[in-house]
Design a protein. Structure first.
Length: 398
């Protein structure tokens, strides 16, 4: 059976309903003749016990919206009731007031209530022993313990469980937020990585295609051999770009499978590694870029990430030299004990309009170097454009 919305936990209607039930219960006890249970003055009219009963019920209704006011009103009501005598209904309702003050009040409130009720219990026990004259007087403290200490202890226990549950809930929510943040960061990093790979795969080939297509369309009266040479370069770069794209899509679809032990991809894609630098340079030369390559040292088991990043940086630098440079480029690869240094230089463009670019290539090269804790610089120097990347190989010099 489901309660109506206005009677559910934490609602104002539930507090008012509990206050009304407390008042009705007290009136029932009053009607049964249980009120007052004790009376210091038998000649007092029993109707005088009704205002404290009503005040205690009102205190129950204020338990959540004004816990201090509830405790104050309830304490005044029970003190007035005790001065008249002692009625069972008001005392029972006051136990609810004490419980609610510990659950909904401040931590200082329940600490003070615990100290006060324990002190009153001890005083009642001492007075009982003094009055009775034996240990049987301890029983005089039992009503104070039952009506004061027990509700306070129960409220403290419930409050601790609720605080612990709230802390666990907050911790779970924080964990969920951190997990979502990690997921978003992982998705963003993966999207950035895919963007770099896509740019590096297609930029070089499409740039060569665009340059030769532009030349074939802009120069009138080309001989058939020249047209065939331009179309051959366009076709080779298109086929190679498609093959590399297909290879990358295959890796994305099955990331857990090994990429292969060596050699070219069956579709004709060249593996992205420095060992295939000669083939990259040949394609750049076929596209019309005069490339000079110098190598210092020997590669000794380069990490896969460093090998890939170095190859992509050279590829992107040659693409930029083809698009924006003066028709030539110098590539220098230096294998050092703890790093590999890639340097690509080309003269700045002069006398012709370069192809448009968005600058994504420089961003991608810098990101590749930073991800490997390397150093990257790019910019004009002495009339030439210079790209330099130092990528650590995680090997210490012997």
């Amino acid at each position: 059976m489901r309660l109506p919305p206005w009677l559910r936990s934490g609602t104002r209607g539930r507090d008012l309903a509990l206050a009304g039930a407390s008042l009705v219960g007290g009136l029932v006890l009053f009607g049964l003749g249980v009120q007052p249970q004790l009376s210091w003055r038998p000649d007092l009219p029993e109707a005088l016990f009704l205002p404290p009963l009503l005040a205690a019920s009102v205190a129950v209704g204020l338990r959540r919206v004004a816990s201090h006011a509830s405790l104050t009103v309830g304490t005044v009501a029970v003190v007035a009731d005790l001065l008249l005598g002692a009625s069972l209904g008001t005392v029972l309702i006051y136990t609810q007031v004490l419980y609610d003050a510990c659950v909904y009040g401040s931590p200082r409130t329940w600490r003070r209530l615990l100290a006060v009720t324990v002190t009153l219990s001890a005083v009642a026990i001492l007075v009982g022993v003094f009055v009775v004259g034996s240990w049987r007087g301890v029983g005089m403290g039992a009503p104070v313990v039952l009506a004061g200490v027990m509700p306070v202890l129960t409220g403290i226990s419930v409050r601790q469980y609720r605080d612990q549950a709230a802390a666990e809930r907050a911790r779970a929510e924080q964990t969920a937020r951190l997990a979502e943040l990690d997921r978003r960061q992982a998705v963003g990093a993966e999207r950035a990585r895919m963007a770099r790979e896509l740019h590096d795969v297609i930029a070089n080939h499409l740039s060569a295609v665009a340059i030769h297509a532009t030349a074939a369309l802009s120069v009138p009266g080309l001989e058939r051999a020249q047209v065939e040479a331009a179309l051959r370069v366009i076709r080779e770069n298109s086929v190679q770009g498609l093959a590399e794209m297909r290879q990358m899509i295959g890796v994305l679809r099955a990331p857990a499978e090994p990429a292969g032990s060596g050699g070219d991809d069956p579709d004709g894609a060249v593996p992205a590694r420095l060992a295939e630098l000669d083939r990259l340079v040949q394609r750049a030369r076929a596209a019309g870029l005069a490339v000079r390559v110098s190598t210092d040292g020997e590669p000794d088991g380069l990490p896969v990430g460093v090998d890939l990043a170095a190859y992509r940086i050279v590829q992107e630098s040659l693409t930029n030299a083809l698009k924006h440079g003066g028709g030539e480029a110098d590539v220098d690869i230096a294998y050092r004990p703890a790093e590999v240094v890639v340097t690509v230089e080309n003269p700045l463009c002069a006398g012709r309009a370069p192809l448009p670019g968005a600058g994504a290539g420089l961003i991608g090269m810098r990101e590749r170097a930073v991800l490997l804790d390397g150093r990257f610089t790019a910019g004009p120097q002495d009339g030439r454009w210079r790209v330099r990347a130092a990528l650590p190989t995680a090997r210490q010099p012997s």
